[in-house]
Ligand binder design. Structure first.
Ligand code: C2E
Ligand code: MG
Ligand code: MG
Ligand code: MG
Length: 284
């Protein structure tokens, strides 16, 4: 009876897995067409300088405008794209969209740095640097306004090769940031060898720092570590005024999070302004 019971439970369990699996397979098939078929959207989330309250860049984030399911976030499809070999076309779409946007801003006299996320698979692609170079040739945007965000775990898939690629990217004049900092396992000696310009403290620490002394300690020491290594420090996941204030006291450089602004459709970004309250607070 016990065996039958657990067999039944098992069937329920694999039933769920099967359903999830076939949902994912369907999504992969659709994603393939979505990339070529114009269903991806570029969203931009502002980054603000904590000391001055000035807007000083944005992160490019992909969304999928699915015909039936509405707007789907990247947490739902980036992993699938990686596993299905679709990350190269997805990254190419993103590079095209981000460079086109930078070109449009530049033509309007706006000089806004835009950060593009790269995945582990991108870093392992021997043609990555060449692909990025192609977008520079097409759009003629200023390299200083192009930033790439790489997670520690992506870098560690092949640390030596990542280092080589990052040095080649750096030679193009772009900015590099280590994303989700604190969640990976990179050694400090590896970090020290990276030609990075900044680190982004993972939102899991930032969003908990006011309620959790341990998270505050991690944020505090990461800011000091970054500065001691000559790196800029961005806090992601800033969700309230108290966290903003605390990060200002700790001399963190940039803040990104729902408290400042959610990711916005790219077309709406140029008109976005730092909330007046934040600018006034920074002025005092
Ligand atoms: P990420 O690079 O760490 O991006 C920050 C994520 O945090 C974004 O989620 C953003 O919407 C979210 N976020 C911003 N402020 C807050 C906040 O105050 N609270 C909370 N809880 N979340 C906040 P999103 O857009 O869903 O992206 C998730 C991840 O998907 C990104 O994490 C990035 O790793 C990946 N991703 C997004 N776009 C791309 C892309 O074009 N290519 C690749 N390879 N990965 C991408
Ligand atoms: Mg990022
Ligand atoms: Mg991040
Ligand atoms: Mg993240």
């Amino acid at each position: 009876r016990e065996a039958r019971h657990s067999a039944a439970r098992c069937a329920v369990f694999t039933g769920d897995l099967d359903r999830e699996c076939s949902r994912n397979l369907a999504l992969i098939a659709e994603l393939h067409r979505a990339i070529a078929g114009g269903q991806l959207r570029l969203y931009c989330q502002p980054k603000v300088d904590l000391a001055s309250g000035a807007a000083c860049g944005a992160e490019a984030l992909v969304r999928w405008a699915h015909p039936d399911q509405g707007l789907i976030g990247p947490d739902r499809f980036i992993k699938l794209a990686e596993n299905a070999g679709l990350i190269t076309p997805l990254t190419d779409w993103m590079l095209g969209a981000a460079f086109r946007q930078l070109y449009a801003w530049q033509a309007d006299g706006l000089h806004i740095p835009l950060a593009i996320n790269l995945s582990a698979r991108d870093l392992l692609d021997a043609r990555l640097v060449e692909r990025i170079h192609g977008h520079f040739l097409t759009w003629g945007v200023e390299p200083a306004n192009v930033q790439f965000e790489l997670t520690e775990s992506a870098l560690l898939e092949d640390p030596d090769r990542s280092l080589e690629t990052l040095n080649e990217l750096k030679d193009m004049g772009v900015q590099l940031a280590v994303d989700d900092f604190g969640t990976g396992y990179s050694s400090l000696s590896y970090l020290q060898r990276l030609p990075a310009d900044s680190i982004k403290i993972d939102q899991s620490f930032v969003s908990r720092m006011m309620a959790h002394e341990g998270s505050d300690a991690i944020v505090r020491s990461t800011i000091d570590l970054g500065h001691d290594l000559g790196l800029g420090v961005t806090a992601e996941g800033v969700e309230d005024l108290e966290t903003w204030r605390r990060l200002t006291t700790l001399k963190c450089d940039l803040a990104q999070g729902y408290f400042v602004s959610p990711p916005l459709p790219a077309a709406a970004f140029a008109a976005w302004q730092v909330p007046a309250g934040l600018r006034q607070m920074a002025a005092h």
